[in-house]
Design a protein around this ligand. Structure first.
Ligand SMILES: [Zn+2]
Length: 306
């Protein structure tokens, strides 16, 4: 991406023939430099995000709050905005910071602790559990899992413990589990099989190959595809997609990250779920409306009524 980057919002995709759910988004994360939908300097409000998504048929979204401030925010907004259900967890990259693990990551990019990381890991986990138990619009424990990209040995150890605590919480509360798996496929599967996965387990932003997809399908786990599936080099991911029965499929943005092709480098938002959904239909060679209806009913199976 040479030259000055275009940070403006991508145009609205063509509306879908039947509504879909954005299975995983972070409406609390600002999209740096993007401004408002109309070109003003202020970022879009939550109401504007929902309104723009609804215009193209993305009428429901699962808001994921995966650090303490984001979980508190999610707890509040899902009570006010009927288009949203919520998920809460401590992201695997948050866990070492709460545990006081200060390893230098292999890429040297491990973030500095922020104020909320002064809360010890056990207390932070207890707060997540209390939010999940105390709000009937929180339907997901996630995103949780393992992220070996930025973790050394000690970081991986505490991530694994926290992942197991999140699995136990999802089972205790009867909630769906959303998995974050970065460079840790074998270990994630091992923990899930050892502890017993919750009935509704979703790999968010699935990033495995066809063999990994087959393994997940055998276990009855759900695979959610983000904008990464549209990237030019992602042929292995598209092969994985073709292993997934429609009934185990979900679509998501992971906004404001992972903006689908041809808008890479620009900010992402739930309305762009419509673009990725069209690409899924094309890759799978299925009728778009049939795909949308199936994604919609699967989301209700996973998360219950909105
Ligand atoms: Zn995410």
């Amino acid at each position: 991406m040479a030259g000055s980057r275009d940070r403006s919002w991508p145009p609205l995709p063509e509306p879908l023939p039947h509504p879909v759910v954005d299975d995983h988004t972070h409406l609390d994360h600002p999209a740096p430099g993007a401004g408002g939908f109309g070109g003003g300097s202020l970022p879009p409000t939550l109401a504007e995000q929902v309104e723009r998504a609804v215009l193209v048929g993305v009428t429901r979204m699962v808001q994921i709050g995966c650090d303490l401030p984001a979980a508190r925010w999610t707890d509040a907004v899902v009570r006010q905005e009927p288009a949203l259900l919520g998920g809460v967890a401590l992201h695997p990259n948050e866990v070492p910071l709460h545990a006081g693990v200060r390893e230098v990551a292999p890429d040297g990019l491990q973030p500095d602790p922020r104020e909320h990381h002064a809360v010890p890991l056990d207390d932070a986990m207890a707060e997540i559990a209390a939010i999940a138990a105390g709000n009937d619009r929180i339907r997901v424990v996630g995103e949780t899992g393992l992220d070996f990209f930025r973790a050394g040995e000690e970081g991986r150890r505490v991530q694994r413990e926290a992942f197991r605590a999140h699995i136990a919480l999802a089972k205790e509360l009867g909630l769906a589990l959303q998995i974050h798996d970065r460079d840790a496929h074998a270990d994630v599967v091992e923990v899930l099989l050892a502890d017993g996965a919750p009935d509704r387990t979703v790999f968010h932003c699935f990033s495995g190959d066809a063999a990994m997809a087959r393994l997940c399908v055998e276990q009855g786990w759900y695979l959610s595809f983000a904008g990464t599936v549209t990237f030019g080099a992602a042929t292995g991911l598209r092969e994985a997609l073709r292993e997934v029965p429609l009934g185990l499929l979900q679509v998501e943005t992971d906004a404001p990250y992972l903006t689908p092709h041809p808008h890479r480098g620009r900010p992402n938002a739930p309305y762009l779920t419509a673009a990725t959904t069209r690409r899924l239909a094309a890759e799978l060679d299925v009728d778009l409306e049939h795909l949308c209806r199936t994604l919609w009913s699967t989301a209700e199976d996973l998360y219950g009524p909105w």
